[in-house]
Ligand binder design. Structure first.
Ligand code: TXE
Length: 479
């Protein structure tokens, strides 16, 4: 059995408690490794190591820091196969997806922020009498807490900008998917990252996450996860005046106007609803279709979804793998039941899948499409975060914008239309941090990423991330 260790001060060490949690392979439902059950004592050791490393890392020429980060990116690319298979076993997603998306993107995160830092300049504001210039200094020790849906992808999305700007990091991957963060530590060591710069503490959110959040020497928290957890973190961190970046849930509308390219809209909407088992905060789970093309869209959409085979994520033909945990699997199933109680008709899916062989006890659910629900019922308002999408007809632009904006969330939205003016108008009227027009999940890492309303606070990506992880100091000189 593979036993994961914490990574503190450049060394792999056991949790102070000596206790471990079971780590399950979602596709089999069996324990396959052990995760440290760390607590505030491990976080304390990590903070001491990070404080010691901070003068070295923040004082290092930026080109040198960049080189180390680029080396990590190269190593990830070199070890793609190993990392992808670790991610798939740990998370349940198809292996081809880990290879095509998760691990390449993790490498790209290091590459992107490792080069972006070389172009990060601060402002100067001059008058005839005075010159203002703004210094941007690293914050010091920062906390990065990441979720289980895109484990290494989101872990690296946080730690890479934090490290590039010269901070030392206390990072906590999800206890459900700790493996690739554990493996990454080894690559950081090999890449020449000084001890204590990146510390990875494994364990439960209520212990490790809470200890990071309330530690007085950790001055900023970057978190991605559930909205409720985000609220808990804000409750503790806000009165301590910590910088906070919260990327939370979504219940994203996908709007199909009758003047769209129907074929493309149906195919991409199917991907947008079910990629990664629907466990992406950007998934388009509420599909609003203009009445005049409702039946035509439904037919094409369902024909794509019916081809999404569910099964062993290690098999190349699998489109949809296992859900991350038994608890999450039960939660998603309970929403399918709720949808039926709310009057929904299941058009396809709705059932548990028990593939033959090694995966017969895994946590699988068919891709499920439901119609006949009102836009404001619980199924259409609450985040399910699984392979469940609803179809809702609409008549007018005003009506669909109101329905799209009716949830507490506001992360991403998709609009399908060939009418340019309508596309821009609807994009402007949607309460959403991100709007895709005639595409989905196209990610340019320079763009601001994050949501409004209960989908979060702050933006990640590009210079936004470098700004978050630095403190601006304005210096005013009399000329
Ligand atoms: O996530 P949690 P959960 C949504 C999705 C899902 C729901 C709950 O709807 O069904 O959230 O998922 C750590 N202090 N998303 O409960 O708990 C935890 O250990 C500090 C959307 O599994 O928010 C993990 O590392 N940290 C989402 C991380 O927070 C705490 C991705 C996320 O776990 C903590 C995941 C605490 N008190 C779920 N409690 C997205 N936006 O992509 C837990 N954690």
């Amino acid at each position: 059995m593979n036993t994961i260790s914490n990574f503190i001060g450049g060394e792999f060490i056991k949790p102070v408690s000596g206790n471990y949690l079971d780590n399950y392979e979602p596709a089999t439902g069996e324990v396959y490794s052990l995760v440290p059950d760390s607590d505030e004592r491990d976080v304390e050791l990590a903070v001491i190591a990070a404080q010691k490393a901070f003068p070295i890392w923040s004082g290092m020429p930026v080109e040198k820091r960049s080189e180390i980060m680029l080396r990590i990116a190269d190593f990830l690319t070199l070890h793609l196969e190993r990392f992808a298979s670790a991610e798939t076993i740990d998370q349940g997603k198809p292996l081809w997806l880990s290879k095509a998306m998760d691990i390449p993107r993790a490498a790209q995160n290091f590459h992107f922020f490792g080069t972006e830092i070389l172009h990060f300049a601060s402002e100067a504001h001059a008058t005839n009498q005075h010159l203002n210039y703004t210094l941007r200094t690293p914050i010091g020790v920062v906390g990065c807490i990441s979720p289980w849906n895109l484990p290494l992808y989101l872990f690296s999305w946080k730690i890479a900008p934090a490290l590039a700007t010269g901070n030392c990091v206390i990072a906590k991957p999800s206890e459900l998917t700790p493996m690739t963060a554990y493996l990454l530590a080894e690559l950081c060591q090999k890449a020449g990252m000084p001890p204590g710069v990146l510390n990875i503490i494994h364990g439960l959110g209520a212990k490790v996450g809470a200890a990071i959040t309330k530690h007085t020497a950790i001055h900023a928290i970057s978190f991605t996860g559930g909205t409720k957890t985000g609220a808990d973190i804000a409750r503790t961190a806000a009165p301590m005046f910590k910088k906070l970046s919260l990327e939370l849930g979504g219940k994203n509308p996908n709007i199909i106007f009758d003047d769209c390219n129907l074929g493309e809209a149906a195919l991409t909407s199917a991907r947008a609803a079910f990629t990664n088992q629907g466990e992406i905060c950007l998934c388009g789970s509420r599909i609003f279709v203009q009445q005049s093309i409702y039946d035509a869209f439904k037919e094409q959409f369902l024909s794509h979804v019916s081809r999404f085979t569910v099964g062993d994520p290690l098999e190349p033909g699998t489109v949809q793998g296992a859900l991350v945990s038994k608890a999450h699997w039960e939660k998603v199933l309970s929403y399918i039941e709720l949808a039926k109680q709310e009057g929904g008709t299941v058009l396809c899916g709705g059932n548990v899948v028990n593939p033959e062989g090694r995966c017969e006890n895994g946590w699988f659910i068919e891709p499920t499409v439901i119609e006949g629900l009102s836009y404001d019922c619980r199924t259409n308002q609450e985040e399910i975060f699984g392979p469940v999408a609803t179809l809702v007809p609409f008549e007018t632009e005003e009506e669909v914008v109101a329905m799209a904006n009716s949830t507490n969330y506001g992360l991403a939205a998709v609009v399908w239309t060939e009418n340019l003016s309508k596309a821009h108008r609807v994009a402007a009227n949607l309460q959403s941090g991100i709007v895709w027009i005639n595409c989905w999940m196209v990610r340019d890492l320079r763009t601001p990423f994050g949501g409004v309303k209960h989908s979060g606070v702050g933006r990640e990506g590009g210079f936004e991330a470098l700004k978050f992880f630095t403190e601006p100091k304005n210096v005013c000189v009399k000329l």
